[in-house]
Design a protein around this ligand. Structure first.
Ligand SMILES: [Zn+2]
Ligand SMILES: [Zn+2]
Length: 132
């Protein structure tokens, strides 16, 4: 996966965990992304490489982990779990157009926006399941 923020100051690559892409509908993701849900792809944490702009990356710690964004343009980029977790999740919205992954599930729908109706073509889970 190759992604960048809106202003282009931050650019990164990471190795995807194939097939683990989901739409998170929880209120924390909705607020931090400024969207009705956030599509996230799991990646191997140790594979995350910043091609540039790592010093522009700002971290915000909230329930369940650390959310990052570009300090210059505000683009949401990736979430890390607590220390010792081998995976991170990348906001697919910041990936290049050639990205082939597709969401396989709607997660955390118990916290979804009341005005939003998730599609029915993929599975829905009230929380984040242990294995997607
Ligand atoms: Zn930026
Ligand atoms: Zn969420």
């Amino acid at each position: 996966m190759h992604g960048q923020c809106l202003c282009g100051e931050i650019e990164f690559t990471a190795d995807e965990v194939p097939g683990v892409v989901f739409n998170c509908h929880c209120s924390r993701c909705r607020r931090s992304h400024g969207a009705d849900y956030a599509t996230q792809a799991f990646a191997v944490r140790s594979s995350l490489t910043f091609l540039k702009g790592e010093d522009k990356l700002t971290e915000y710690e909230s329930t369940g982990g650390i959310r990052t964004f570009c300090s210059a343009c505000g683009s949401r980029l990736m979430n890390y779990g607590k220390e010792g977790v081998d995976y991170l999740s990348v906001a697919t919205a910041c990936l290049d157009n050639g990205y082939q992954g597709r969401a396989v599930a709607h997660c955390c729908t118990s916290g979804k926006a009341p005005w939003h109706t998730p599609t029915t073509d993929i599975a829905s889970y009230p929380e984040l399941p242990d294995n997607l």
